[in-house]
Design a protein around this ligand. Structure first.
Ligand code: NAG
Ligand code: NAG
Ligand code: NAG
Ligand code: NAG
Length: 433
């Protein structure tokens, strides 16, 4: 027992500093998005647009779907004690998406500094030697302004596409993912919508050009897309996207976070709406967002539903009002978000009340004036089962780095417990690997 306590306190320190850096990184990237979501959201409330988007649940499901695919983001952070590629259990995913590559001078480049910064790409692709079933993709995650500038000019667009082709060939990636958050959103030009389509079209052309790639296997083209209806309306020409994409990765998270315009505690990644939600705010959940994308023209067999391995924190305005939808006064612990592993450690400290919401199918926890929306094995299990039952194309998770990678949590039975749940559920539907 003594040995176990010591070693877990050592690894706790390592994982604590890792989590903090990850959380800061995460928060920076998303804070701006949230402000934007709610500014537009409030406007939309006033004009009551949602009438047009009442979801029709009666749509037919395909009778013979292809096996569900699992896409695992691997969000490597070069400044941090991040999960290393060698420690990824490749059995658990069909596709690993390395996040993220940057754009420099209109070319795709590795993040970070120094001569060897592409080493991490090679090490990630090398996973294919140990896990031959695996496809390893690279994701471009650049600021919206950079995507906008690069794709608005034919010359620079061509440069970007050519550099993507070269990198895929050189490192033997299996495809490319685009994480543009978000076209024509937050003050960016409306032309982004069409330029985003041009980017996808030119990439698809190059990937299908056998004079470039010979008889290599089909290269995948995917993109991570927003779920809130406000962004979907503004950013995407969905039928055109569907022409060029192999899969569309719906970010089934970031639905809610503390904001001053609607200062309420709400779920990060609810599966369903809950009683008391009104107007378009009630549509901020995985089930309705997925259906919205299908209605807008994304074929169900291309729509991959994403789920988070992180939670979001709030400070309650009144510690006696703890139900979802209660008033919030500020961002909560750890700057606003935390990994599953850290959440686990926090709950092990005790004194938390944990509730599993009977409608939205996610847990939340509170202690004093702290309130946290998070995922646990049950919520991931139920989301996964829902995606499979609804016959969507598969499941995306964000990301491996936020799972309990080294089983630091007492309730984890294996490394990557959340991804293991996804793997097990999907495996039960397809031939054993
Ligand atoms: C997990 O454990 C491995 C093997 O002991 C170690 O090399 C690695 O640094 C640990 N990873 C993290 C993220 O703590
Ligand atoms: C990887 O995951 C599979 C499926 O859960 C499991 O059988 C295997 O033991 C895991 N490998 C390692 C090294 O943990
Ligand atoms: C497009 O970019 C190229 C090279 O960066 C530049 O020379 C050219 O002037 C740009 N064209 C337009 C229309 O801005
Ligand atoms: C969920 O719980 C609330 C309050 O406890 C109850 O009123 C409601 O009927 C329950 N809904 C379902 C779907 O079980």
């Amino acid at each position: 027992m003594g040995t176990r306590a010591e070693s877990s306190s050592v690894s706790y320190e390592a994982f604590r500093s890792k989590s903090e850096a990850l959380e800061r990184f995460h928060l920076r990237r998303r804070r701006q998005r949230y402000l934007n979501v709610f500014l537009l959201a409030t406007t939309l409330l006033l004009i009551n647009l949602i009438v047009f988007y009442v979801v029709d649940q009666t749509r037919a499901l395909p009778s013979h779907p292809a096996p569900a695919q699992t896409f695992c983001y691997f969000g490597y952070d070069e400044n941090d004690h991040s999960l290393q590629p060698e420690n990824i259990n490749g059995t658990l995913c069909d596709h690993i998406i390395f996040g993220f590559a940057a754009i420099e001078n209109n070319k795709l480049v590795p993040r970070g500094k120094g001569d060897n910064r592409d080493e991490i790409w090679r090490r990630t692709v090398k996973l294919k030697e140990r896990f031959p079933h695996l496809s390893v993709m690279i994701s471009i995650g650049a600021p919206a302004a950079q995507f906008s500038a690069t794709t608005s000019n034919e010359t620079s667009l061509r440069t970007l596409v050519e550099s993507a082709v070269q990198i895929i060939q050189k490192y033997e990636f299996n495809g490319l993912d685009i994480d543009w958050e978000f076209p024509a959103w937050g003050g960016m030009p409306i032309a982004d919508q069409e330029n985003f389509i041009s980017l996808l079209r030119e990439l698809r052309k190059a990937f299908d050009d056998s004079t470039i790639f010979g008889n290599r296997n089909h290269l995948l083209l995917t993109t991570a897309v927003a779920a809130p209806i406000t962004i979907v309306q503004t950013s995407y020409k969905v039928p055109d996207m569907a022409l060029y994409l192999d899969y569309c990765l719906l970010m089934g998270y970031d639905f809610n976070r503390f904001n001053k315009l609607v200062p309420l505690v709400e779920f990060n990644s609810p599966l369903h709406r809950h009683t008391g939600q009104v107007s378009f705010l009630a549509m901020l959940n995985i089930a309705e967002a997925s259906e919205l994308w299908v209605q807008k023209g994304m074929p169900r067999e291309k729509l991959v539903v994403g789920m988070p391995f992180y939670g979001v924190t709030f400070k309650l305005a009144d510690r006696n009002r703890v139900e979802v939808g209660s008033p919030a006064k500020a961002v909560g612990l750890y700057g606003g978000s935390l990994t599953y592993a850290r959440m686990c450690a926090l709950l092990e400290e005790g004194d938390w009340t944990v509730v599993f919401h009977n409608e939205s199918r996610v847990p939340y926890a509170y202690r004093g004036d702290d309130w946290i929306t998070f995922e646990n094995p049950q919520s991931i299990q139920e989301k996964t089962q829902w995606v499979l039952d609804q016959k969507y194309a598969g499941i995306m998770t964000f990301d491996l780095n936020y799972d309990d990678v080294n089983r630091t949590c007492k309730t984890s039975k294996e490394n990557f417990p959340l991804q293991t749940i996804v793997f097990q559920a999907v495996k039960s539907l397809k031939p054993v690997r």
